[in-house]
Design a protein around this ligand. Structure first.
Ligand code: FMN
Length: 107
């Protein structure tokens, strides 16, 4: 049987469309929600990798935002999509910056 890729729509149920004006307080809430969602997605991707399932985190959904929320049938905020499936290639690890290039120590 051929494995079928799965698309998981990641929704912020506290958020609405990106195209409405929001105040500072709501922006703080949205920022915290986005951080939580990012952590949850990372856990999904780590578990998928552990299970030998390939994944792609897609935030480019913003470029077809209205069409996608209409297709999904939601008023929640679409923060992205996670594609899951079995890869037909195994890319080499991507280069990483040195720790000292991304962390600044202050005393
Ligand atoms: C928040 C987020 C959004 C991403 N959105 C996209 C996307 O829309 N399209 C895409 O091809 N890759 C997307 N990626 C995947 C990255 O391009 C990259 O392949 C992935 O993060 C693995 O590389 P890294 O370990 O160096 O981050 C996204 C990654 C993150 C963390």
């Amino acid at each position: 049987m051929k494995a079928v890729p799965v698309l998981v729509a990641v929704l912020n149920t506290n958020g609405g469309t990106f195209y409405e004006e929001i105040g500072a307080e709501q922006r703080i809430v949205e920022s915290c929600d986005s951080l939580s969602i990012g952590a949850a997605v990372e856990n999904m991707l780590l578990r998928a990798t552990e299970l030998g399932v390939g994944s792609l985190w897609i935030a480019n959904t913003c470029f077809a935002y209205n069409e996608l929320v209409q297709e999904i049938g939601t008023k929640d905020q679409l923060t992205g999509v996670v594609a899951l499936g079995y890869g037909d290639e195994a890319p080499a690890p991507r280069p990483r910056k040195a720790w000292d290039d991304v962390v600044e120590y202050r005393s």
